[in-house]
Design a protein around this ligand. Structure first.
Ligand code: GRF
Length: 218
């Protein structure tokens, strides 16, 4: 199934670009209906337009979370997207917002986030910095479904990478970011082909076959 996507961004938009490039290269069967930002100055908006994608921006400044989310929904709802992708969207989304994107079977919300650590380690706005400062020898990235809690929903895929002895925070980040740009389009393509699959916590182990699935291990 070709996926209808909306991408929410706040800044640079390199993950958004990775999605748009994967679509252009026919590695991802999807259409980006809208790139939305809470930051009207986000460089991502100009990049999205260069790919011919419609954009919208509504600043959250001076608005309550509920009032801002209402305006975002006015933009997103008519688009009838299959998934909303949070790609560097630096806003917490409320449970009320998420309920607008319930899956048909009500098992999850059709909202996906990419996070720069191996969750549940290092949630929050500074995943790379926190993992680096902690001295983690192995870190990684996580693509997950969004739930009511921050950086918490069901994990769809993770990739890990080593910290090298001579790493700086910049080299560490840039190694992780390269993996982000690979994994996010792959996970979306997996969903386009096979739908959403995730393990209920504490009830199912990951099978050997699953471990061999592209994108789930490094
Ligand atoms: C990425 O590291 C992503 O994991 C995190 O925010 C950053 C966004 O970068 N959620 P970009 O805007 O996609 O370049």
């Amino acid at each position: 199934m070709s996926l209808r996507l909306a991408i929410l961004v706040s800044g640079r938009g390199s993950n958004m670009t990775a999605i748009l490039q994967a679509i252009a290269d026919r590695r991802l069967d999807a259409q980006v209906c809208m790139v939305f930002s809470n930051n009207p100055d986000a460089p991502a908006l100009e990049t999205a337009r260069s790919f011919g994608v419609p954009t919208a921006a509504i600043s959250h400044k001076g608005l309550s979370r509920a009032a801002h989310e209402q305006k975002v929904l006015e933009v997103l709802t008519p688009l009838n997207v299959d998934f909303v992708v949070l790609a560097g969207y630096m806003r917490i989304v409320s449970a009320e917002f998420l309920r607008n994107f319930s899956s048909p079977d009500n098992r999850y919300f059709r909202v996906i986030n990419i996070h720069p650590s191996l969750l549940p380690a290092f949630p929050g706005a500074h995943g790379y910095e926190d993992a680096f400062a902690y001295g983690a020898k192995v870190s990684g990235i996580t693509v997950h479904l969004v739930d009511e809690h921050v950086d918490h929903g069901p994990i769809l895929a993770q990739m890990s990478f080593a910290r090298y002895a001579d790493d700086t925070i910049d080299s560490f980040k840039s190694r992780g970011l390269q993996l982000e740009h690979k994994l996010l389009p792959e996970v979306l393509q997996e969903i386009a082909i096979n739908g959403v699959h995730f393990y209920s916590r504490q009830t199912e182990a990951v099978s050997e076959a699953e471990l061999n699935t592209i994108g789930r291990t490094t």
